[in-house]
Design a protein. Structure first.
Length: 141
């Protein structure tokens, strides 16, 4: 990046790759969990430990969004599309480019819950981001 380049400051400008990288960073800073989007049991934190999907949601909305009904309530919000784009990109990296529409979230949550370490999750998130940048030349989803 050129020193005078000003990156976009709106969430709507984020690519799926940037969302995935930010989700990896979120997990490194706040922790990782399995079996739920967020781990509220270890104290009520504004930014709790999260699974991969939970981290993607926090990155896009700026706050934990717990379940699909919450996303339906936010249907008009641009971050909703960012969540689905990032999850689709990650699911395609995990299971191949022909993942059926509508099952992407299940592919990612199943993988997250079978992962052994936070390091594995963070590595795959960044790998999916790099792969998306490489295959799209950094273009839009």
């Amino acid at each position: 990046m050129h020193p005078t380049h000003n990156p976009p400051t709106t969430a709507g400008a984020d690519t799926p790759a940037q969302v995935l990288r930010d989700a990896a960073l979120y997990l490194e800073r706040h922790g990782w969990t399995r079996g739920a989007f967020y781990d509220y049991l270890n104290g009520l934190h504004r930014m709790p430990a999260a699974c991969a999907v939970g981290a993607i949601r926090v990155v896009c909305f700026g706050t934990p969004v717990d379940d699909a009904t919450d996303l339906d309530d936010l249907a008009d919000e641009p971050p909703r599309a960012q969540v689905f784009d990032a999850i689709r990109v990650l699911a395609q990296r995990l299971a191949g480019p022909h993942v059926a529409h509508g099952v992407e979230n299940f592919v990612v949550t199943d993988w997250n819950d079978r992962a052994i370490t936070i390091g594995q999750v963070v590595t795959v998130l960044r790998d999916a981001a790099d792969h998306w940048d490489y295959t799209t030349h950094g273009g839009a989803a």
